[in-house]
Design a protein around this ligand. Sequence first.
Ligand SMILES: [Zn+2]
Length: 339
Amino acid sequence: MRGVIMHAPGDVRVEDREHPQIVDPTDAVIRLAATCICGSDLWPYRGADDVHDATMGHEYVGTVTEVGAAVQNVTVGDFVVGSFFTSDNTCEICRAGYQSFCVHRTPAGREGTQAEYARIPNADGTLVATPGQPDPDLIPSLLAASDVLGTGWFAAVAAEAGPGKTVAVVGDGAVGLLGILAAKQLGAERIIAMSRHADRQALARRFGATDIVEERGSAGVARIRELTDGLGAHSTIEAVGTQESMTQAIRSTRAGGHVGYVGVSHDVTLDGQRLFHSGVHLHGGPAPVRRFLPELIQLIWDREIDPGVVFDLTLPLEEAAEGYKAMDERRAIKVLLTV
Ligand SMILES: [Zn+2]
């Protein structure tokens, strides 16, 4: 089968890879219906993370083609959605809703879902079947649920977005944009998107942003305070992972407010004094997407949300290298690869 390998930073190729097999009785194998490139795939692509001949991809939807002897919750032919960590969904951490920290978790990226087929460990606890075979136009949205929507949703929940709240969103990538959609669904009163790009601002407004702030740094903080009677946002979503974005998020939040941070942290250092005097709650990390999947799948199935519109470039799997390039150059928000 065909699949993506990143040999080194900037060097992405689609190659023949071994067809995945059931290894453990709790495994399933799926045939991907579509896959995609994640903003976090750009860290190794740009050399910020070590990479050497790595299988790539951790977002997936598709049809179960094989199940191990112990698998009970999904069967061959089911259309399923999973997430970037597999989880048993039964351990104490999973039952508390933190499946991305499951004691038996495995990274889906190790299987490399930018491919025609993928092995999914912990199939029973990881895969959620859709109510039936999806209409083709729902597939991008279901794929978004696998990571970017689930992550944006967790960020909004971690930031305690809800009725009466003003939510600020730092980061206008796919996760930030879907954090806006999530905040809107959760009933936020006002949603301030921080973005400088007209196309992303338009999508932010479509998803529910009420205000746009183009300024960054201290000017961005000042602008958010202006919009919130000098107090700052109740809830801030941080969806980048840099020092600048994390500082921006903390400083944009009022005392007693909440920051939900989901940008994969790179070289972020928090100043203890500044944190102490901010009085904000910080919660985040790799999103427990599995917690939200049943609800998100239903919202998509009922066509109440359309997160799939974040995919603004669709390419065949064979052209994955061009997809990486387009995202790296910010010509595309998020690239869907057809399989
Ligand atoms: Zn678990």
